[in-house]
Design a binder for this molecule. Structure first.
Ligand code: NDP
Length: 294
């Protein structure tokens, strides 16, 4: 069997088109565009690339982008003051503080300072609690993107056996909550899980969010399973001095066994940004007292 390649780039492009339509309608109705504020502390090159691409995508969707770049010498109090200022700014519907933050700043304190209604990353404890209790809130973008791909591929997820590998607050845990919400039977695996290959072998749905290049082998995959690879790992390429990106799943092997699989790059990555835009437009509607866009 050769698995279908799930084209996250194409799905994300369609989603971004829908978000742009919703943003245009919102702007017509309210006289202002939905706005996303990004906060970047320090000069981590990967973070700078992410923040730039988020800002660019925001503009392309017809939304306002407010970008704040701060030196890594900024104090926690100064960063908290900026968050307060953005909380109070009516033009700002979404606030994204790019992680990781420098070691002298407590990321949990900064996340907790964001108005939950503007927390488009979905990391605030109030939004995590809303997700866990089945209430409407803002859901972390990466797992939301994974769920969208799964539903598009499989339709109903009810009764499916799903294994999520990884239990981070950003990916693994919210992914498990979303799958439970769809009535899948969910196992969450992590570094202390015994016999991971055997656990994975039971799954109709595998979501890998580990951060270890090609750790999940083809022989672990149940024939016909759907595989979502969240991992982004930079490894040396064949050509000396060059690098390439690989996922947490050994793609070529898994594609021999699975029925569908996301590639890296071009799978989950583009969905994350699309869902960030979607969360921003949803936050704008809710703050304006309007129903969620389609
Ligand atoms: P974390 O490092 O926060 O979490 C990794 C998880 O994997 C942990 O729960 C850890 O277990 C588990 N783990 C580590 N080693 C093993 C092992 N040998 N066997 C089983 N489980 C293991 O990472 P994130 O959740 O933030 O990210 C995961 C991956 O997804 C990374 O590659 C990251 O780059 C990528 N990512 C991609 C995004 C995208 O847009 N596509 C967005 C966010 C992340 P334990 O808890 O026991 O330590």
């Amino acid at each position: 069997m050769t698995a279908a390649r799930i084209d996250g780039k194409a799905v994300a492009a369609a989603l971004r088109g829908d978000v742009a339509d919703a943003a245009a309608v919102f702007t017509d109705r309210t006289g202002r565009a939905p706005g996303l504020a990004t906060v970047l502390v320090g000069e981590d090159p990967a973070s700078a690339v992410y923040v730039r691409s988020k800002g660019k995508a925001t503009g392309e969707a017809g939304m306002a982008s407010f970008s704040h770049t701060l030196p890594d010498t900024i104090s926690e109090a100064e960063l908290l003051a900026l968050v307060d200022q953005l909380n109070a700014d009516d033009r700002v519907d979404g606030i994204l503080v790019q992680l990781p933050l420098p070691a002298h700043i407590d990321a949990n304190r900064v996340i907790a300072a964001i108005d939950p209604a503007k927390d488009v990353d979905g990391f605030h404890p109030v939004n995590a609690g809303r997700l866990a209790t089945g209430l409407d809130g803002l859901v972390p973008c990466t797992p939301l993107g994974c769920l969208h791909l799964l539903k598009q591929q499989l339709g109903s997820l009810a009764g499916k056996d799903a294994v999520v590998i990884g239990r981070s607050n950003i990916v693994g845990k919210p992914m498990a909550m979303l799958l439970i919400g769809e009535s899948a039977t969910v196992t969450v695996a992590h570094s202390r899980t015994r016999d991971l290959p055997d656990v994975v072998r039971r799954a109709d749905i595998v979501v890998a969010a580990v951060g270890r290049p090609e750790m999940i082998r083809g022989s672990w995959i149940k024939p016909g399973a759907t595989v979502i690879d969240v991992g982004i790992n930079r490894v040396p390429a064949a050509e000396e001095g060059k690098t390439r990106l690989v996922g947490d799943v050994a793609y070529d092997e898994a594609a021999e066994v699975a029925s569908a699989i996301t590639p890296v790059p071009g799978g989950v990555g583009p969905m994350t940004i699309a869902m960030l835009l979607r969360n921003t437009v949803v936050a704008a509607h809710r703050r304006a007292g309007l129903p969620d866009p389609e």
